[in-house]
Ligand binder design. Sequence first.
Ligand SMILES: *Cc1c(COP(=O)(O)O)cnc(C)c1O
Length: 425
Amino acid sequence: MTMQFSADEEFAKQLDSEDPLRAFRDKFHLPLGKDGKPLIYFAGNSLGLMPKAARQVVDQELDDWAKLGVDAHLEAKTPWYTYHEPLREPTARLIGAKPVEVICMNSLTVNLHLMMATFYRPTKSRFKVLMEDPAFPSDTYAIKTQIVHHGLGPKDALILASPRKGEFGVRTEDIVDLIEQNADQLAVVLIAGVNFFSGQLFDIPTITKAAQKRGITVGVDLAHAIGNVPLSLHDWDVDFAVWCSYKYLNAGPGAVAGAYLHERHATNTKLPRLAGWFGNDPNTRFRLHLEPEFIPVPSADSWQISNPPIFSMAPLRASLSIFEEAGGMRPLRAKSIKLTGYLEFLLNEIGSKKFTVITPRDANARGCQLSILAHEHPKELFQELQTAGVKCDFREPHVIRVAPTPLYNTFHEVWRFAKILAEHQ
Ligand SMILES: *Cc1c(COP(=O)(O)O)cnc(C)c1O
């Protein structure tokens, strides 16, 4: 699909007036700049904006605590004891999973460790892990320490799929080649949904097929993919996935994260796992001192270790309702492709020799983020953007990441951003 764009300001306003999701912006608090006007907030890939409804959901939990004390576990408006349950279905819809495959718990890196505890069971012959390069530092720390935890060395056991010289994305064919070359020794392929640095959306179904054909487990880190691009984890047959909820899900700082395990694993109570009482069958949970055998719930719930942290889960409910109300990822993705396509068009119009967009050109190979590599004085350029009221971020040594999101950004903001960039180079 090719879209006809124009660099006129009127055209941007026209796109906004035709945008079926335009009313959603008003559901968020927009941080203001020094001039009292909303910042051009393109940092939703780092911390999504606060849904106005979040305060009321959190207040409700505080009120229930004040009024009910311990009884709130069962008698709160949304009972705390089963607080993770209402999150299950809307989350499953976002990632294309069955409810039995999803659990909202902990934080992302913790969940990655928990999934590795189950799925990374290195043997003498099969002990390697393949990741993309550059992977987010926390994922690299987690995987390297997992390898060491099993008495192995990252030098032998970690394989990185890197972009070719002069390129910024990792080619699917290169990932598949690496899988083939290491097929007998690979235990796990861990790939991002969307890479945090380049904004590349990986071809998860192809990578999953290539790995599983060789008996390799596939995990996906959805930190930059959930709430950004449509996903079909179950149909793609992905083995496990993890994500955080404070980026495109707008659930607030340190919000409760999530994990997915394919049904065949989620219902397999024989799989090894690191367990706690909230993964145990609720019918015997409180008889633990009488029946000290761990009886896993036959679902992803059995990877849940502790009781749900209510205050960091509450805003996630507000956030998921917004995604439901918007009609899920399909309409959001349609707007997102247009919004980011428009940004790309305007950057091309500026036609600068001073920066290069390192995110794939193909809309199907990226999410909403564009990563702009500044050739000269990148830090100064970033500073100038900040001063002009743009909230985006900078990744050493020279990349400015901008992520216009379909829930709360406008085409006119994209237009203004491009104007600021054109004026400041
Ligand atoms: C944001 C992000 C993280 C952050 O990890 P936390 O455990 O939530 O602090 C980890 N991995 C990736 C790929 C990310 O994008």
